[in-house]
Design a protein around this ligand. Structure first.
Ligand SMILES: [Zn+2]
Length: 467
């Protein structure tokens, strides 16, 4: 009783609704009588129908819950019990005598059996709210024994639709562990809601034309377990459409094979790294692929950065052997784009890059390569590349020459950039988001879980249970 008074002294007194004590076992349960619409609005923000708030004066507790749950015949709330000790409200739902439809064929038939089940609903105030109901079983001559569908929850779940919606929203914003502590649920329960949401979302997808795609691989940390990721790029967003095991030709073949003829014909451009298995797979499956594959700036500039870094590492080792520390702690400076070097490092960087170092030469070649993407069209770009290539190949810097040769070998699909203009942003953004997921989950040990998290967060799926 004390706890009850602390919770809300205002409506602990028996009211005109005839609130009365009901001893139910060891738990002192009490029927709640709500006195004013204002209180109701304050304590039951979960109500989704504002019209229902009118005329609540004098409404009985179970009528209130009947409205909150949106129950219609034959379902009705039979009782509402408050269990202060468990900090729980138990809403018992029953049903009127009726014939029930088989969930498969809708044929009406008599109840064969019942099964008592419990669902967690949105909290009422800070009280866990549980719906308890006997669910009818019917025995259909065609489909056998079937449990009828309840309107407040999907099949095989212990949560109501509204609770699942909330849990999905919370999990979209924070880690699963965070969601568990906010919602007071176990990791397995939260994960179950998430897996169901992804399954539901994927099942709802309808094949649509995807004009611009990007393909990328994603390593899962040590052991170099790779996934192949295909994303659709639109002006509004980048959504992951496919996640495949590994990063070989078959990994991408499996994606192309899911597309209809119309979808294949609708693909205009596919951005990817110069990774032969992906190129081969695309050439085999996508009509006109030769002019649609785009080796995007994101990957190419990454290669050039790696080459600069290799040159710096070996030069630094050589200089250090002679007691020269010029290149110490400069790793990141060479990797910034020229315009992005932070002000606090600008002076140091200006000094070091003016020295006659192999690293400064490699850096200059990388910077000039970055400007390649600013060419107005394919023709100018081809000329620009020719000049840059001659310079790079005469640089006597092995890592730089290697990247230059690789680019030359793939030049035709680098020049497609100037036709399709698939920019860096979406691919880089997707990469960062996936990296964020890995961080949030403290690395993934389980590939399947990583895959479903990618779809959950980046799939652009309709995750919510049907209303
Ligand atoms: Zn049936």
């Amino acid at each position: 009783m004390k706890e009850l008074l602390e919770w809300n002294p205002g409506w602990a007194r028996p009211g005109p609704g005839g609130a009365s004590w009901r001893g139910s076992g060891r738990t002192a349960s009490r029927r709640i009588s709500l006195r004013s619409a204002a209180l109701v609005r304050l304590y039951f923000p979960c109500c989704r129908n504002p019209d229902a708030w009118f005329n609540l004066q004098g409404m009985k507790d179970f009528e209130l819950y009947q409205q909150i749950l949106g129950l219609v015949e034959p379902w009705r709330v039979e009782s509402v019990a408050l269990k202060p000790q468990e900090r729980e409200i138990e809403v018992r739902v029953g049903f009127a005598d009726t014939l029930w439809g088989c969930p498969q064929c809708q044929q009406r038939m008599q109840i064969h059996d019942y099964e008592e089940r419990r669902w967690r609903h949105l909290d009422s105030c800070q009280f866990k709210t549980i719906i308890v109901s006997r669910v009818p079983n019917v025995r259909c001559p065609e489909h056998g024994s079937q449990t009828v569908a309840v309107p407040w929850a999907e099949k095989y779940t212990r949560f109501t639709r509204l609770f699942e919606r909330l849990a999905i929203d919370v999990m979209l914003e924070c880690s699963i562990t965070g969601a568990c502590s906010i919602l007071g649920m176990s990791w397995d329960e939260a994960d179950g809601i998430k897996q169901r949401a992804v399954k539901r979302g994927l099942a709802r997808k309808v094949p649509a034309v995807m004009a611009r795609l990007c393909v990328d691989e994603k390593g899962m940390g040590r052991g170099q377990n790779y996934l192949t990721i295909v994303a659709q790029v639109t002006e509004q967003q980048t959504t992951v459409e496919y996640v495949g095991e590994d990063r070989n030709q078959a990994s991408l073949d499996a994606f192309w094979e899911t597309l209809t003829t119309e979808q294949l014909a609708g693909v205009e451009a596919v951005a990817m790294d110069m990774w032969e298995p992906y190129v081969r797979s695309t050439l085999v499956h996508l009509p006109g692929a030769a002019s649609k594959i785009v080796h995007d700036p994101f990957h190419l500039v990454k290669y050039m950065n790696e080459a600069v870094n290799e040159v710096r590492k070996s030069e630094h080792r050589r200089l250090q052997a002679q007691g020269d520390d010029t290149l110490k702690s400069t790793r990141q400076l060479w990797l910034y784009g020229m315009e992005n070097v932070p002000a606090k490092h600008a002076q140091r960087f200006d000094e070091v890059k003016e020295l006659n170092l192999q690293t400064s030469r490699a850096w200059a070649i990388k910077e000039v390569f970055r400007s390649f993407w600013l060419c107005p069209g394919a023709k100018q770009a081809e000329r620009y590349f020719g000049k840059w290539y001659d310079w790079a190949i005469r640089s006597r810097l092995a890592p730089v020459k290697k990247v230059a040769r690789m680019c030359k070998a793939h030049l035709s699909n680098i020049l497609t950039f100037f036709v399709h203009r698939l920019t860096n942003g979406p691919i880089e953004g997707l990469n960062n988001k996936i990296q964020g997921l890995i961080k949030k989950a403290f690395g993934y040990r389980n590939k399947e879980r990583f895959k479903s998290d990618i779809f959950f967060h980046l799939g652009g799926l309709d995750l919510y249970p049907a209303q």
